[in-house]
Design a protein around this ligand. Sequence first.
Ligand code: PLP
Length: 382
Amino acid sequence: MSKSERSIETNAVHGAGFIKSLTGAVSTPIYQSATFKHRELGVSTGYDYSRLSNPTRDELEKTVALLEGGKDALAFASGMTAVSNLFAIFKPGDHIVISDDIYGGTYRYIEEVLKEYGIAADYVDTTDLQAVKAAIKANTKTIFIETPSNPLMKVTDISAVSEISKEWGLLTIVDNTFLTPYLQRPLDLGADIVVHSGTKFLGGHNDTLAGFIVAKDDKIIERLKRIQKTLGGVLAPFDSWLILRGIKTLAIRMDKQESNTEAIAKWLKTHKKVEAVYYPGFEDYPGHEIMKKQSSGFGAMLSFTVDSEDTVKRILKEVKLVSFAESLGGVETLITYPFVQTHGDVPEEVKESGGITKRLLRLSVGIEKAEDLISDLQQALG
Ligand SMILES: *Cc1c(COP(=O)(O)O)cnc(C)c1O
C-alpha cells in the first residue's frame, strides 16, 4: 500500500518516514547542524546549509505535503512567514481578491507591506460567488480564502471558488489553519496552494510557532523554494521536531476537540446572556451544507456574542480553567477577544460592519473534559 493510499490517521503517526527508512529511528532525530560537510568537489550528501534544507525539516515538509495531498511543502518560522513568503510570488501591479473575514495578521501584512510595494487587494465576502466574480480585474492573480473564516466562521465553497479561478487563470490559495488536512484537503477540491499557521492545530500544544505552504505544481514549488532560501525564514530543527511530534496525535486531538466544541456550542445557545453562536456544525447555520460537502468535520473553533461589554469583561476576568489568551488549536482551551487581540489592527468601522463587535468572543476548544469546560464558562458568564 503506498503512503498516499493510507489513511491520514496513519500517515500523521508515521510521517513521510524518510529518515526512518535510512536509519531506523522511530522518532525523527533533530539535526541541529547549520552546515554539512562535502567529501569533495561536486560530491554532497544532498545537504549543504540549513537555510536551504535540513533533514529534520525535510521530514516535516514531506509529512505535511503527504497529509495535504501536495507535491511538496515548505516549513517556515511562523504562519506569517509562510504568508509573506507566499505573497512574494506576486509583483507590483498585481491584484489580489481576498476573504473579508481574514486573519488579522494577513490583513495587516497586505495593508502595511504589500500595498506599499504596489500590490493591490480587494476584500470580498467569498461566501458570495457573484461578489468574487465581480471583484476580478484584468490584473488579478489570485483568490485567497480562509474557510471557515476567523473569527466569524463564514464558510466559502472551495470547489466553486477554484472553478472561478480556473476560468480566469488565477491561483486559488486556501488558509487551512482552522481545519487541517485531517478535516479538509483544499488541494483535492481544486485549490492550487494551501497555507498554514502550524502554530495552531498541526503543532497542537501551544508551544511553538510554525508555518507551511503546500502546493501541487512543480513550477510554483521551485519558485517558493527559491524565495524561502533567499528570505531565510525557515523553521528550526528543534521546532520542526516539535511539530512532527504534535502531528502524530493530530487525529485524536481533533476528534476530541471537535466533540467538545459541539457540546459547548449547544450549551452556549441555551444561555440567556448569549445572543448568537457562530458554529458551522449547527444544521441551520449558513454554509453548514457546503461544509458537510467539503470537510469531514466542523472543527474546534466557535465564536459567540454576549449581551453586553460588561459580560465580556466579566468572562475574561472570571474564567479559571479556560485561558484568556491569543492563539488557537492547542490542547488547552483558550478564549480570545478578537476586537482588541487578533483583529486589533483592523479599523473599527471595518470590524463593526463585518460583525467583529465589542461583544464578540472566540473560543478555541481543547481536549479537557467538556463538562469541566462548560462549568467554568457557566461560572464566568454568571
Ligand atoms: C495564527 C494564524 C496565522 C498566522 O500564524 P502565526 O503562526 O501566528 O504567524 C495565519 N492564519 C490564520 C488563520 C491563523 O490563525
